[in-house]
Ligand binder design. Structure first.
Ligand SMILES: [Zn+2]
Length: 264
């Protein structure tokens, strides 16, 4: 998962978005987010009797048969679409277990790499110390000492940088998975209770291609929620058939392993 995506997940979960933006409250939550399924035009909103919000096809391509629709109808249907990302508790527990197992594998690997790098760092330090004694005893000259010790110190710095990268990658790997699951679990409920600005943000983040036709809303889940939604059923089936919790993160979080750089 790329950095930007993860930052958004965290913002949405923590409600930070609310504090950061000073946009005025919109009257019409769904303006520009839903298209008419008959003609592809945007739905536009209008206020009636000062309190009822109705949406209708802009009719930009001619007269459209789709009737006017109250905003509450969209509220309900969109909450249901987002609620489709929710696992039941048993499946959630199993998926989290799978993620943790995968995390443990990654962690073992990272721990090995880190141990090797620490040993390398210590070996370099021993060389520098030994060479210092040689310098004091006059067996090597100062220029040689300076040059070699600068080389080895720079190698040590590389060791430290790579160690840090492995430690961060490992924590990130697990946090990302857990937070994405959390967002998927809560999306429907959050949507029902959030103010207009945040509803728009959540929709834009999770869904694309919302269309309205014949009183039915259809939408596509964005990545990685599309994979998650697609696999909710598969997870349930696998769990029922007693399959082990292996390699599940590769199915719905395909990018999580990719923070392994060429230095690993
Ligand atoms: Zn239309």
């Amino acid at each position: 998962m790329d950095r930007e995506l993860w930052n958004k997940v965290q913002d949405i979960l923590s409600g930070r978005y609310e504090n950061r933006t000073k946009r005025p409250k919109r009257h019409f939550t769904y303006t520009g987010l839903i298209r008419c399924g008959h003609c592809g035009c945007s739905l536009v909103a209008q206020l009636q009797k000062g309190k009822y919000i109705y949406y209708h096809c802009s009719g930009a391509k001619g007269k459209c048969p789709e009737p006017y629709t109250r905003e509450e109808v969209f509220d309900e249907q969109l909450a249901e679409v987002l609620g489709g990302l929710r696992f039941d508790d048993e499946v959630l527990e199993w998926v989290t277990g799978a993620l943790r197992a995968s995390h443990d594998d990654e962690k073992r690997y990272d721990d090995e790499v880190v141990a090797r790098l620490r040993a390398e760092y210590d070996k370099l330090q021993q060389r520098i110390d030994a060479m210092y004694v040689d310098k004091l005893d006059g067996r090597i000259d100062a220029a040689f000492f300076d040059r070699k010790s600068a080389d080895w110190r720079s190698e040590q710095q590389e060791c430290l940088a790579t160690i840090a990268r492995h430690q961060n990658a490992n924590q990130t790997y697990f946090d990302e998975g857990v937070q994405l699951l959390e967002l998927a679990q809560k999306a429907g409920e959050m949507f029902r209770t959030q103010p207009s600005n945040q509803k728009r943000r959540l929709l834009g983040f999770v869904l694309s291609n919302c269309t309205w036709e014949g009183g039915e809303l259809t939408a596509t889940y964005r990545q990685p929620f599309d994979l998650l939604a697609k696999n909710v059923l598969e997870f349930s089936q696998r769990k029922r058939s007693g399959e082990p919790e292996t390699a599940i993160s590769e199915i719905w979080l395909p990018d999580l392993g990719s923070n392994q750089g060429p230095n690993d």
